[in-house]
Design a protein around this ligand. Sequence first.
Ligand code: TYD
Length: 212
Amino acid sequence: MSGKFISIEGGDGAGKSTQLQVIGDTLRSNNIEFIQTREPGGTPVGEVLRDLLLNQTEYALSDDTELLLMFAARAQHVSSVIKPALKQGKWVISDRFSDASFAYQGARDIDLSRIQSLADWVLQGFEPHLTLFFDLPLEQGLKRVDNRGPTDRFENESIVYKTRVQEIYRDRARAEPGRISAIDASLDIEGVSAQVRERIQVYIDSCEVSQP
Ligand code: TYD
């Protein structure tokens, strides 16, 4: 039986790192083998692209270049890490996947339909089985990022840009309720963790019912 692919998404400061551990703990307690990975990154070349995209501010990337580099990293990640793991029956948990390209690159001056064309070309329909979207009021996210030390290129963007990122994520969550599950990330850590444990457990149970 092949594994399941879960991505996690949300604006910066939404508490994804802590919740990745909660997901890992829930899978472990169900004896599910999994790998944890991230985007951009997850492969040696992907991590080089991540550094370029997030930290090397001197390059002044055009919007299309940024989008193409995100998908270049993703193409490598899917073919050399994600699909092989799924084939071995492992579950894959990725800290961000293509929804992030719609939200963050779509919040620049690129039509979502062009991003969709690129996603279709690169991924050919491949997508996460389940996406947890950590939805957090913008002001709260900004405060959490402020308390975290050095910021990357996306965290340094304007409030208008970040508002647009959040709107796109919310639109996608509304449009695809079967795949994207919104988590109220405004609660305290225990409140968010409880929702995450529950969603993951319900998903695991649904997989066991459909594949005895
Ligand atoms: P993030 O996942 O927030 O990592 P950390 O928690 O270590 O800061 O950082 C990745 C950044 O990359 C984030 O700001 C969103 C951005 N990003 C895109 O713009 N497009 C993409 O397709 C992906 C995967 C990420």
